[in-house]
Design a protein. Structure first.
Length: 256
């Protein structure tokens, strides 16, 4: 099995354009890539008219399972430790590789690793020093949510960064560990008005992403902010559900 020149060009362009610019030696018909910006490696090929992309990051693969088609080909040596997905055209190929890069940068272990590296030598003796530590963590959390959600609101797809907020599902102060505070599955990237309503417990989300609206939010305020029952989270991973349930139990204001 070998790749045509045009297949190689298309696969290489998708990998390099979407963040995996470190080319490694081919493994048979598999093109191999790493990334300077994300802790993941890719294997790409073309089989039976489909583009196949394999990633060695378990968290990325688990998250992608909800939205992308798994490749059902036989496991071979270059794919040991990888999970493979397939698409039929170059546009979804680019989207898939881009999601892999974004997720690898955003998923739980990576924000924590960055936070620990940046705060290792910072003092923590005074309240001011602890606030500095918290601000560093919040900035890292924001960057991770921007990566995870592709820089747009998880509900409305608003893309202007100045209108977006990194919203904790379980608030920073109530998290028991830095791991929990920096977990992208404990956060939503929301337009500012939705962030304020979510933080105040005036809205919440079901495990399937559908919105819940508190009785405390008046009909006139709902109309003014365009908050209605048609709003839904663009995607929900299984790892979001425990945190969304915590928010419904502890913060959501409902008379039901």
């Amino acid at each position: 099995m070998s790749l045509s020149q045009i297949e190689r060009i298309r696969l290489d362009k998708a990998a390099v354009d979407e963040g995996f610019g470190l080319r490694r030696a081919d493994e048979g018909a598999w093109l191999c890539y790493d990334s300077l910006g994300a802790p993941a490696s890719l294997r790409l090929t073309c089989l039976d008219g489909e583009y196949v992309v394999a990633v060695n990051h378990v968290g990325v693969a688990t998250d992608l399972d909800a939205r992308w088609k798994r490749w059902q080909g036989l496991t071979s040596s270059p794919l040991l430790g990888f999970a493979a997905f397939c698409v039929s055209d170059t546009a979804p190929l680019h989207r898939l590789v881009r999601e892999m890069w974004q997720l690898a940068r955003a998923l739980p272990i990576e924000p924590l690793r960055v936070f620990e590296a940046e705060t290792r030598n910072l003092p923590r003796a005074t309240e001011i020093e602890r606030l500095v530590i918290q601000r560093v963590g919040q900035n890292i959390f924001r960057d991770a949510l921007f990566a995870y959600w592709g820089g747009v609101c998880a509900v409305t797809s608003v893309a202007e960064p100045r209108l977006l907020r990194a919203s904790h599902i379980k608030p920073w102060a109530q998290c028991e560990t830095d791991d929990e505070r920096l977990d992208v599955y404990n956060g939503l990237l929301l337009a500012a008005h939705l962030d304020a309503a979510f933080d105040a417990g005036l809205i919440a989300f079901k495990d399937n992403g559908e919105i819940l609206i508190s009785d405390d939010l008046t009909e006139s305020d709902r109309r003014a902010m365009n908050i209605n029952s048609r709003l839904v989270l663009r995607q929900v991973a299984d790892s979001h559900c425990e945190n969304l349930a915590w928010h419904r139990r502890n913060l959501f204001s409902s008379r039901a």
